[in-house]
Design a protein around this ligand. Structure first.
Ligand SMILES: [Fe+2]
Ligand SMILES: [Fe+2]
Length: 190
């Protein structure tokens, strides 16, 4: 279902497994930002009819955020500072201005973040089985939800302008393929 052109780099998984505590803090912020992003999308006129759907996503992301916070507490990991993601800021930097272009680009960026999360959570649910069974189950439990968010954002963009979404998807798939290959030494999900 996911349409990415570039595989997740081979050094991503060992980097993640080397510091799961830092990854969980990063993940908490990722869910927090996903909740606020869903609410931010409600500012676009084209998405006024979808405000209830966006609220539902924001609520789900907030629940994910709380689940990660519970895990942090249970494991005695302090909630710390977020590190900015070059991959996410690289995608967002290419969002065009002007209401229609902006909403299409913003939705595609959101879809990509959800899609890459879905992909990575799926890898973690498999790879963590022999290392940390509880965490493996936790990630397995998030895969479907993030996959649904990916599809919902993409369908929202298509409902606004199908042809323009296709054109911008081509642009963003190339950008994602380039950005994901850029080295990032930090143990971050994105
Ligand atoms: Fe989430
Ligand atoms: Fe999500």
């Amino acid at each position: 279902m996911l349409l990415f052109r570039e595989k997740i780099p081979a050094d991503w998984l060992p980097k993640i497994l080397s510091d799961l505590q830092a990854v969980l803090v990063d993940h908490a912020h990722l869910e927090r930002k996903a909740a606020t992003t869903a609410l931010n999308l409600e500012k676009y006129r084209d998405l006024f009819p979808r405000v209830a759907d966006l609220n539902a996503i924001a609520i789900e992301e907030l629940q994910h955020f709380q689940l990660v916070l519970d895990l942090l507490k249970q494991r005695g990991i302090p909630f710390g500072q977020a590190h900015p993601s070059h991959w996410i800021s690289g995608l967002m930097r290419s969002v065009r201005s002007g209401s229609r272009p902006q909403v299409i680009d913003h939705l595609i960026c959101c879809a990509f973040i959800e899609g890459r999360s879905c992909e990575k959570f799926q890898i973690l649910s498999r790879e963590l089985l022999s290392i940390d069974r509880e965490l493996a189950g936790f990630y397995a439990g998030l895969v479907e939800s993030e996959g649904n968010h990916y599809a919902t954002y993409l369908l929202m963009a298509r409902a606004i302008d199908d042809a323009e979404t296709d054109r911008r998807l081509d642009f963003y798939l190339e950008l994602d393929a380039r950005l994901i290959r850029e080295p990032n030494p930090l143990p971050m999900l994105h």
